[in-house]
Design a protein around this ligand. Structure first.
Ligand code: ATP
Ligand code: MG
Length: 427
């Protein structure tokens, strides 16, 4: 029988790692709320056609990475490979962009699915925090999102990421650039790898995105995108640069940055790192002014980004940043059936009135065995409830992490005593 292991590339996130995930989520949700972004929760499964139409048929994701299946009703469905398509669908379907001039700021977090070759920083189920803003055409909101992401790294204490930006310009600029690219790569058709040959006439911009090192020289010689930008595109990009300068956010203009998806216009950006090997993109996004209309909504400018949570968590670990501890404060050790109600009551009282994290020992056993568990739980103190002590109104407090004598503390002083150690109300 095949072992019932997890599916390749789909990971368990075990309790020793979840505090880091929580830190990331808490920092992000705080910064988002402070800027008026509201959470939206979306299905993990959508119609395959949604991704074909939004991400584009000739993209890595749609060509070879999607988990697509036919359900029992015969509909072709896919696990979402990214969040923007579903988010735009939900905006349109629920009429959130129906009013002339409507604006929306939303975010979501959750798993995405892509059938890629699993390696460090690249998985088949991975998680993103996605941020999208609708209805605002100018570089002001592009800057808002880039500054927000910069603030997130700062809040987390991460300094190992750097920002690259570029502009794809208006659809007209992009079309003009596309023609110059096709002309250039056609001259070198025989030097193109198989993927790039296929893309030459379907999606030539994507050739610039190639990860094949053998293509690097050819790509370096390709016409430069900024030369194709029209006046409106330049003004948008210069506006963004000015705002980033004013906000003190450092960036590099990378004219080769085009991003993997079909729907970008104007601003594209990527936070990259050299700490995760080949998986250097931590957070990426840009403007996608055409997508809402393409999916059947009214013409609405939009900008968004997604960050890869696994990669940010890996960077936190790499930087040696300690996660916020959620270790228990106390482990309550007790013996004697007669004390069961008192133990339960004491643990509840410490949790509810003093905000302490208390594990009450369950499952019986000798004091010695219970103390071993107390030690393993990571708690700072064992609270020992013995029959005689209890009758006298006292609890024994045994420090588990520090060289400190065990002491007998009157029950009435216990919460205050622990607060003085920096726990509960003293935290
Ligand atoms: P890459 O170039 O690494 O394949 P991408 O351009 O496909 O990334 P996006 O679609 O822009 O990535 O997704 C946004 C972010 O999600 C990326 O910057 C990255 O941090 C993360 N990400 C993308 N694919 C994966 C994956 N398979 N496993 C883990 N994280 C991923
Ligand atoms: Mg990819």
């Amino acid at each position: 029988m095949t072992a019932l292991t997890a599916v390749r590339g789909m990971n368990d996130i075990l309790p020793d790692l979840t505090p880091r995930w929580r830190d990331l989520e808490a920092a992000a949700t705080g910064l988002l709320a402070a800027r008026g972004y509201q959470e939206i929760r979306l299905p993990l499964v959508e119609r395959t056609a949604l991704f074909q139409r939004s991400i584009g048929e000739v993209t890595d994701i749609v060509e070879k990475e999607m988990y697509t299946f036919t359900d029992r009703s015969g509909d072709s469905l896919s696990l979402r490979p990214e969040g923007t398509a579903g988010c735009v669908r939900a905006m349109i379907e629920n009429g959130l962009l129906a009013q002339e001039g409507a604006t929306q700021r939303v975010w979501y977090a959750g798993p995405m699915f892509r059938h890629e070759r699993p390696q460090k920083g690249r998985y088949r189920q991975f998680h993103q925090i996605g941020v999208e803003a609708f209805g605002m055409p100018g570089p002001d909101v592009d800057a808002e999102q880039i500054v927000l992401s910069a603030r997130l790294w700062e809040t987390l204490g991460l300094s190992t990421v750097s920002l690259q930006i570029n502009s794809l310009g208006t659809p007209q600029s992009r079309t003009a650039y596309r023609e110059r690219l096709v002309a250039y790569f056609s001259q070198h058709e025989r030097s193109l790898d198989e993927d790039s040959q296929r893309r030459l006439h379907t999606n030539p911009l994507r050739i610039l995105d190639s990860k094949n090192a053998a293509m690097a020289n050819l790509i370096a010689g390709a016409p430069s995108l900024p030369d194709s930008l029209d006046a409106a595109s330049r003004a948008h990009f210069e506006g963004l640069c000015g705002l980033l300068d004013a906000a003190g956010v450092a960036y590099t203009h990378n004219p080769r940055l085009v991003r993997g998806l079909d729907y970008y216009t104007h601003t594209v950006f990527e936070w990259i790192t050299d700490r995760l090997g080949a998986q250097d993109a931590v957070c990426s996004g840009g403007r996608y002014d055409g997508l809402v209309a393409r999916l059947g909504g009214r013409e609405t400018p939009a900008v968004g980004f997604a960050l890869g949570m696994e990669r940010v968590v890996a960077l936190l670990e790499d930087a040696g940043i300690a996660p916020t501890s959620l270790a228990p404060d106390c482990y309550l050790v007790w013996a004697g059936a007669g004390l069961a109600p008192s133990a339960l009551q004491l643990a509840e009282q410490l949790r509810n009135s003093s905000g302490l994290r208390v594990i009450q020992h369950c499952g019986g056993g000798s004091f010695k065995a219970q103390l071993r568990r107390a030690d393993r739980s990571g708690a700072r103190f064992a609270l020992i409830l013995g029959e005689q002590e209890w009758a006298a109104g006292n609890v024994q407090v045994k420090p588990l992490r520090e060289e400190q004598a065990q002491s007998s503390v009157p029950l009435s002083d216990l919460a205050q005593w622990l607060a003085q150690q920096g726990l509960g109300a003293g935290r």
